[in-house]
Design a binder for this molecule. Structure first.
Ligand code: AMP
Length: 194
């Protein structure tokens, strides 16, 4: 079993590298952003609430986000058996603590955090391009700026948190998609072989 967090700023390539990780290790992918966008498109009660935060580039409150993640884990027990790749969660220290608790209650743990480290100017360019290509609503200049500010203020401290836990694997995310994935596989090798 392999539980991984893929960590990085918005636009750092978490979704792209998650696709590679799913293929290579057969992990179940949970992207909290995708879960929320699905609720927004179906206009569920959660979707209506989430949209208020996402459209402004702000984070959904921790207690709500933790309960959303618990629901996803509980509704997919067979799919999560080989392990999970958590994409976009945690985004705060409180969420990281909740994730450790959540996994411990299920008799498992977080094995590694892949930290995609990308230069700021690349992040902005990638998100603007994605906005054009996919029509993703929060990939517009004003919301991107706010998301990057929120990342630096609320999410960046997690890097030190996971370094202290000895779980952080820094990856240069400025390279090509294939080169980044080679680095990820190398970094994970000692953990996978255990
Ligand atoms: P993402 O697709 O991961 O970039 O997430 C898109 C948006 O969903 C974020 O800007 C937040 O508004 C919201 N979101 C996703 N994951 C979380 C989370 N773990 N905590 C709070 N808000 C989140």
């Amino acid at each position: 079993m392999l539980n991984i967090v893929i960590f990085g700023a918005p636009g750092s390539g978490k979704g792209t590298q998650s696709d590679n990780l799913i293929r290579e290790y057969g992990l179940y992918h949970i992207s909290t952003g995708e879960v929320l966008r699905d609720h927004i498109s179906r206009a569920t009660k959660l979707g209506v609430i989430a949209d208020r935060y996402i459209s402004k580039g702000n984070l959904i409150p921790d207690d709500l986000m933790v309960s959303v993640l618990e629901d996803v884990l509980d509704s997919n027990p067979e799919k999560t058996a080989r392990g999970v790749i958590f994409d976009g969660f945690p985004r705060t220290i409180d969420q990281a603590v909740a994730l450790n608790d959540m996994l411990a209650r299920r008799g498992t743990l977080l094995h590694a955090v892949i930290g995609l480290e990308v230069d700021e100017d690349q992040l902005m360019n990638r998100m603007l391009l994605r906005g054009k290509e996919t029509g993703r609503a929060d990939d517009n200049p004003v919301t991107i700026k706010q998301r990057l500010e929120v990342y630096h203020r609320q999410t960046c401290p997690l890097r030190d948190y996971y370094i202290a836990e000895g779980k952080y694997l820094p990856i240069n995310g400025n390279n090509s998609i294939d080169a980044i994935f080679e680095d990820i596989k190398k970094a994970l090798a000692p953990i996978v072989s255990k």
